[in-house]
Design a protein around this ligand. Structure first.
Ligand code: ZN
Length: 243
């Protein structure tokens, strides 16, 4: 039976973007949700975003921001703006919310598909996949034909054939039998591919078709929340540029 699944991640406490994405998913007939992590960080509404994602009852994997907020680790390897918001977010969340973030798994397999925030070779190290070689390393540890991920905030399809790994720009795309796919679903709350619109993916399980959705949302409202919370100005500005 055909089913439409919305795969979304890198929400980063951006409630304005998340609400628009979920409204679109409902209009598109989505019945299930998968979340590729980084619910919190960078923006000003961690509590609200966590509440919504938890209410979906969907599989969720742990992003690096979720991980750092939920632990008391030092933040030396984070950029200073990101670290400032991790510290701020720790102070915003309840003990129950911090526990929820802490308990999130690094990867999940459901309906024959895998979810991970970064890569399957070392999910807890949060390495970035920007090229075919990095994708190839992931494929050596990817057991299912399809794996969805995020982390770079740049949507992309990596296709593994016998002859190697190929990159396919985000588009409506039918997955081919006998090949493996590592699909970056982009970012709901802080896109970085030069397009500031919120991004997520709809996967139609019968047609085996992925569709990348790009949605306008109220960026000025999200920026105003960042400023009102006293978070770094750069984090408000970047939302307008998609970087
Ligand atoms: Zn992220």
């Amino acid at each position: 039976m055909s089913k439409k699944i919305a795969i979304l991640g890198d929400i980063h406490s951006n409630i304005d973007a998340l609400e628009v994405v979920l409204e679109d998913a409902r209009e598109q007939g989505v019945e299930e949700y998968f979340c590729t992590g980084d619910i919190v960080g960078y923006n000003a509404c961690p509590h609200e975003c966590l509440e919504i994602i938890r209410s979906l009852g969907c599989p969720v994997v742990k992003g690096n921001h979720d991980h750092y907020v939920a632990s008391q680790r030092n933040l030396d390897d984070f950029n200073p703006h990101a670290a400032a918001v991790v510290e701020w977010t720790r102070g915003q969340l309840t003990a129950d919310e911090l526990e929820y973030l802490h308990e999130m798994p690094f990867s999940v397999t459901k309906m024959g598909m895998t979810l991970v925030h970064s890569t399957m070779d070392r999910p807890e190290s949060f390495g970035y996949v920007f090229d075919n070689q990095q994708a190839e390393t992931n494929f050596t540890c990817q057991k299912t034909p399809v794996c969805f991920h995020g982390h770079t905030h740049c949507p992309m399809i990596y296709e593994k054939q016998l002859s190697g790994v190929y990159r396919i720009d985000p588009q409506d795309f039918d997955l081919k039998p006998g090949r493996k796919y590592f699909i970056n679903v982009g970012s709901v709350g802080q896109p970085r591919d030069g397009d500031p619109r919120a991004t997520y993916v709809i996967y139609d399980t019968a047609a085996r078709r992925v569709s990348f959705r790009r949605l306008e949302y109220d960026i000025a409202a999200a920026q105003a929340r960042v400023r009102a919370a006293g978070l770094p100005e750069r984090l408000a500005e970047r939302l307008a540029y998609g970087q």
